[in-house]
Design a protein around this ligand. Sequence first.
Ligand SMILES: Nc1nc2c(ncn2[C@@H]2O[C@H](COP(=O)(O)OP(=O)(O)OP(=O)(O)O)[C@@H](O)[C@H]2O)c(=O)[nH]1
Ligand SMILES: [Mg+2]
Length: 421
Amino acid sequence: MADKPHQNLAVIGHVDHGKSTLVGRLLYETGNVPEHVIEQHKEEAEEQGKGGFEFAYVMDNLAEERERGVTIDIAHQEFDTDEYNFTIVDTPGHRDFVKNMITGASQADNAVLVVAADDGVQPQTQEHVFLARTLGINELIIAVNKMDLVDYEQNRYDEAVEEVKGLLDQVSFDTDNAGFIPVSAFEGDNIADSSDDTPWYDGETVLDALNDLPEPQPPTDAPLRLPIQDVYTISGIGTVPVGRVETGVLETGDNVSFQPSDVGGEVKTVEMHHEEVPNAEPGDNVGFNVRGIGKDDIRRGDVCGPADDPPTVAETFQAQVVVMQHPSVITSGYTPVFHAHTTQVACTIESIDSKIDPASGEVAEEEPDFIQSGDAAVVTVRPQKPLSIEPSGEIPELGSFAIRDMGQTIAAGKVLSVDEA
Ligand SMILES: Nc1nc2c(ncn2[C@@H]2O[C@H](COP(=O)(O)OP(=O)(O)OP(=O)(O)O)[C@@H](O)[C@H]2O)c(=O)[nH]1
Ligand SMILES: [Mg+2]
């Protein structure tokens, strides 16, 4: 396993378009989930009145997820192909859970976008693509799903492809970095094996496309940065923060600091996939234990780094943002919620410093009175609570964010510079 390069892959798209089903199917067809487990899920799904969710249940483990038939929180699953060791991050499509999707997307190198052929591009298709683009997803595999519901008709597939291409253009996502595949996650068409039902398609299966993804960029030589996703208490071990190593290396014996909670200690143990390991590298999802740290000392949204080079806490920061949608205009004083790595903090846009021409990147206007949908701008931001964030020029993995308000993503951007608290 260790000899294959590692990839974090997010699966994104509108609610009910079949993300969890696609992941479950892929795991099943590659022998990672045995037949009898699918049979059990099938029985449980039928009892819940959720027939058809047997593959989705592979990823949807929470009771509430199974009852409602929607994904609520992100779920990780390890999975090997010929080329890569993947961690698949299944994300929720429901609009109420976009914040969890943002955490999932910020952990991923590449993504599979699932678009149901019978439904086409929908609001969260758009929102997820925008977020994927601004949170640094490099390559997209677009699975046009539920082809069985449109009788595997090529023209329905072509229509969906055109719609998605329009969307990618809108957010300036390079369509050269996007491959399209007609699939039925439920029936298993073009997932691991080419389907006889799509004779008009002679491209790759999803599994081929996964193998053909470019290798993730080697991590920067930045110091350790590990945003905390959850904090557990585990009997016999104690407090166990979990999260993904974004940069650097976490090693037992290291002296670490959690910011902004501003506590620290020595790393006693590091665990990955329920096994103790001596260290963890970028891309690794780990749980670890730090001497003297209790459950209430740290929380989701803290970032762990070396004690002698701790994560940056911002008093204010300057950022470049792109406004995706806003019902009116954004002026200084506006205080929406910023989502960065695993945290959400209300932040005030203190000043709009300049408007940028998105095409050339040049300053189009100094200190504009407002910005609106489609605008790019440089703004100065003041977090209303301590926030750990880094300049994207130094640590890109910790330098991007999404801005949400009124239940939708308003904008996204990257940090240019930080004034430390
Ligand atoms: N006919 C058909 N139904 C499908 C297909 N893929 C998924 N479904 C059905 O679509 C419904 C939703 O599937 P999920 O996999 O839960 O969708 P999701 O995208 O993960 O949904 P959220 O995580 O809640 O956003 C279930 O009833 C599935 O059985 C498909 O290829 N064909
Ligand atoms: Mg799901």
